[in-house]
Design a protein around this ligand. Sequence first.
Ligand SMILES: [Fe+2]
Ligand SMILES: [Fe+2]
Length: 251
Amino acid sequence: MPKFGTISNMDSQSETKPEKVKSRNETDQTNFETAAYKDAYSRINAIVIEGEQEAYKNYIKLAEMLPNDQDELIKLSKMENRHKKGFEACGRNLHVKPDMEFAKKFFEPLHKNFQIAAATGNVVACLLIQSLIIECFAIAAYNIYIPVADPFARKITESVVKDEYKHLNFGEVWLKEYFKDSKEEIQKANRQNLPIVWKMLNQVEKDAKALDMEKDALIEDFMIAYGEALDNIGFTTREIMRMSAYGLVAA
Ligand SMILES: [Fe+2]
Ligand SMILES: [Fe+2]
């Protein structure tokens, strides 16, 4: 009897194995429709919409602060507004209502720090928060999202991410030009704001995973984009390492 039992166990295992693989493949193709996917999407989609809205307002503010770059900055703000509309369409396409209340809370610490910097005329901190940190956060998130997105969202995200590189470039070029005078302020703003990004990534880890986006990959992409930006601005490798380590304070 035990012998039969063993054989029948083996049989049932070998029968279920291919089926299990098949059903996993099927879920991969249709998981945009599951309740779990839509639930996570309601928060991720909201974060993206709120992030674009934040960027839109931040570039309008920066245009006021930098009259010489006003036209360019207004152009960037308009792009952000278009991005926001694109991502709103992504939510509608999946019949998901974005949880905007959650997203507002999610962005609150960075939003607050930008407002404080703007109120005191601290252009350097404003640029660091918007053009480096928020843009690199967007670039990392969108690059990781594109391969696992539904076809509609993929097309939109692919065109959006190209714009975000231009926005990051604006910050790099400006900060590079005034590097000597703004170096200390960049480091200070980095110390204050990089730990916030880490907390944001931790907060979103579970929902991102439900969309097949790994936190480690998000961190890696963020640090690559951010490190390259700091390098372009003029920081040495040693300084970039030291500045990057501030993210770990929050980990
Ligand atoms: Fe954007
Ligand atoms: Fe942007």
